[in-house]
Design a protein around this ligand. Structure first.
Ligand SMILES: *Cc1c(COP(=O)(O)O)cnc(C)c1O
Length: 393
């Protein structure tokens, strides 16, 4: 086996990367379900707190199973370092709040996961951090929003729930010209299909709850960044505020990573077939799939994504009533606000994930009452298409 882990393909890195075996030589990653660690001597304890002796102190700071997950994620992403968190929202909150102070300014795209939008729109201003929301597709709007005190840009691409895309490389340039960092929430693309750090992003966040677990079991999150951001901002924030990932969940996520490439490949292939089916269906007003040539920003998708994603957004003709009717007639595809699961899941965003927004704010984002967001699972594509055909009548 090659020891040069950086030259490994993702499939290899996701099976072997970051593995650290105990004295027993176990095959599968060990689960260190421990809060703390004991020291051989008072001198060793002292050295460890002075960062002079490598090793663990307390699982809020770090833990061997959590470290394996972090190293495997960093290898996959091509990131210098990674820090795991208890949830995706803990990752987003840490990535943003660790780097700003009262008097700073953040620019974010409007089309965000509901809780991400809460962080920048509601929480930041309460602590004196101003926030401007822009249409992420409009590069002139990003430029115009910059102020002398702008510290961070934040975006999601493809966006939740309508799967519009933002030109990550172009926004990264605008951020860097303004002396700000770009933070990208890469959940919808998955680490398999989009590499924001290669496109110029400074920090990448994931809800590991989604495709990384991929089997609907546990919550988790991860922040990927360079050593300087970790040392200056993130490490102390996570260590002192405590949004740490449970070693048990880290172990589940490690096992999830082993199968991530084949799951995302299959789910993306099925999503493509489903998008084509929906594009040709008379009950559907519009389909947004980043892998389709009909996507409004197909050129940007082709430039920055390696595949079309495992998600499909589509609008049922006839508004909420027609959308609810279709949802209630589905058999295999389950109604849920979650995504990235082995089970296909469908959401009506305007009454669930985005109910907090006003109707006006929703329409501005293209979230009409007929919009459904489908997360394609590992079932056979033909069974999913038959289920949709039946539901759409
Ligand atoms: C789910 C999700 C989150 C939040 O993740 P949790 O693990 O539920 O906290 C953040 N961003 C996006 C895009 C998501 O889909």
């Amino acid at each position: 086996m090659s020891k040069d882990t950086c030259s490994w393909h993702p499939e290899t890195a996701l099976v072997h990367g970051g593995t650290s075996r105990s004295q027993w030589g176990e095959t599968s990653e060990a689960l260190f379900l421990t809060q703390g660690f004991v020291y051989n001597s008072a001198e060793q304890a002292e050295a460890r707190f002075l960062n002079q002796d490598p090793g663990f102190q307390y699982s809020r700071f770090s833990n061997p199973t959590v470290s394996m997950f972090e190293e495997r994620m960093a290898l996959l992403e091509g990131a210098p370092v990674a820090r795991a968190t208890a949830t995706g929202m803990a990752a987003v909150t840490a990535a943003i709040l660790s780097q700003v102070s009262a008097g700073d300014h953040v620019v974010a795209a409007k089309a965000l996961f509901g809780s991400c939008r809460y962080i920048v729109e509601d929480l930041c201003p309460r602590f004196g951090i101003a926030c401007t929301l822009v249409d992420g597709r409009d590069l002139a709007a990003w430029k115009a929003a910059v102020r002398p005190n702008t510290k961070a840009f934040f975006l999601e691409s493809p966006t939740n729930p309508t799967l519009e895309v933002v030109d990550i490389a172009a926004v990264a340039d605008i951020a860097h010209n303004a002396g700000a960092r770009l933070v990208v929430d890469n959940v919808f693309a998955t680490p398999m299909l989009q590499k924001p750090l290669k496109l110029g992003a400074d920090v990448v966040v994931y809800s590991a709850t989604k495709h990384i677990d991929g089997q609907g079991r546990c919550l988790g999150g991860v922040v990927l960044c360079d050593q300087e951001f970790l040392d200056k901002h993130l490490q102390v924030f996570i260590r002192q505020t405590g949004p740490s990932l449970s070693p048990f969940n880290a172990w589940v996520l490690l096992k999830g990573l082993e199968t991530l490439p084949i799951r995302v490949e299959r789910q993306t292939a099925s999503a493509g077939k489903i998008a084509t089916f929906l594009e040709g269906h008379s009950a559907i007003a519009r389909v947004n799939y980043p892998g389709s040539p009909n996507h409004p920003q197909a050129d940007i998708c082709a430039r920055q994504m390696l595949g079309g994603s495992t998600m499909v957004a589509f609008e049922v003709k006839g508004g909420k009533e027609a959308a609810f009717k279709a949802l209630n007639r589905l058999g295999i595809i389950k109604i849920s606000n979650n995504l990235g699961d082995a089970k296909s899941l469908v959401t009506h965003p305007s009454t669930t994930t985005h109910h907090r927004l006003t109707e006006e704010a929703r329409l501005e984002l293209g979230i009409t009452q007929g919009i459904l967001r489908l997360s394609v699972g590992l079932e056979h594509a033909d069974d999913l298409i038959a289920d949709l055909a039946e539901a759409l009548g």
